[in-house]
Design a protein around this ligand. Structure first.
Ligand code: G3H
Ligand code: ZN
Length: 286
């Protein structure tokens, strides 16, 4: 069923595993991720950035596509459709009215008080509709769609500020920027685990780890042990699908039927997602 993230993340936190957020880019991504979740018996979060929604034809189309595919596949596992890095109250409201079951309001580029005020406004609307909310503090580096943060502007979240934001807004889960990066890492990631522990103890809410691509398993396990209950992955699926398309077309340069090269891309995404679900411990939990 389509649900908010609240229950799946609280259960995950309690039982020390994380639910993956896998981003949608097109029909094949959606098919692959839903099939992987159902086959792994895993809860799943479908992440939709504003840019990806625009590319696919808007929030309503995304909701309709997800609902039809869930119906077609007879999906029994919990699925959330989540706005990823929502940039404004208006964008979150639009997603909620289109049928999204969860939204992220990314006010991380605003000063703390403004971030809190904006997040609070989104929480009020969202909770009225039974929709869950994720917020962010600090700044996650790297690039995701239109969201580009230079290394110099990337910032670690401050635990006391995280506590204040979570307390004053009533968000359901929270993403403190602690050194993770969108897109591939330059070298080994350097995650702020001491601060993560502090944020977990202060806030008590399930934590979210953005930039899941390229984080070693030992760091994933440590993050989960420190209260991380949601891990976002996009780039890794994009790389896997692009690789499959390249290999298919290299082997058959005359091929022109999109189903012949997007089919293997879809298979590659599905395998990648299944691997993540096992790594995050969410397999068999639905
Ligand atoms: O919000 C989406 C994620 O944080 C994705 O990060 O593309 O580095 O896996 P990633
Ligand atoms: Zn992110």
């Amino acid at each position: 069923p389509l649900v908010s993230m609240t229950e799946m993340l609280n259960t995950a936190k309690e039982n020390k595993y994380a639910v993956g957020q896998f981003n949608l880019n097109n029909l094949e991504f959606t098919q692959a991720i839903l099939q992987a979740a159902e086959e792994e018996k895993s809860p799943v979060i479908l992440g939709v950035s504003e840019g990806a929604a625009r590319y696919m034809g808007g929030f309503k189309l995304v909701v309709a596509m997800v609902k039809e595919l869930m119906d077609e596949y007879g999906v029994t596992v919990p699925v959330a459709i989540h706005l990823d890095h929502g940039s404004s109250f208006e964008s979150c409201a639009k997603a909620i009215h289109a049928g999204f079951t969860s939204v992220m309001i990314d006010g991380s580029h605003h000063p703390l008080e403004e971030n809190i005020a904006l997040t609070k406004k989104v929480v009020e609307l969202a909770h009225f509709h039974g929709v869950s909310v994720e917020a962010e503090l600090g700044r996650i580096g790297g690039q995701e769609d239109d969201l580009i943060v230079d290394d110099a502007d990337a910032m670690y979240a401050i635990p006391s500020e995280c506590d204040q934001l979570v307390r004053e807004t009533g968000v359901d889960c929270f993403a403190p920027a602690l050194g993770s990066v969108h897109g591939p890492y330059k070298g080994e990631p350097n995650l702020g685990f001491d601060r993560m522990k502090e944020v977990m103890e202060l806030t008590g809410v399930p934590l979210v780890l953005h930039g899941g691509t390229g984080i070693p398993t030992k760091d994933i396990e440590k993050a989960i042990s420190l209260g991380t209950a949601k891990i976002n992955v996009n780039t890794e699926n994009q790389i896997a699908s692009a690789k499959a398309v390249r290999e298919t077309l290299a082997a058959k340069p005359e091929e022109y039927d999109p189903r012949k090269y997007l089919g293997p891309a879809r298979d590659a995404i599905k395998e990648t997602v299944k691997g993540k679900m096992r790594e995050f411990g969410s397999s068999g939990k639905a």
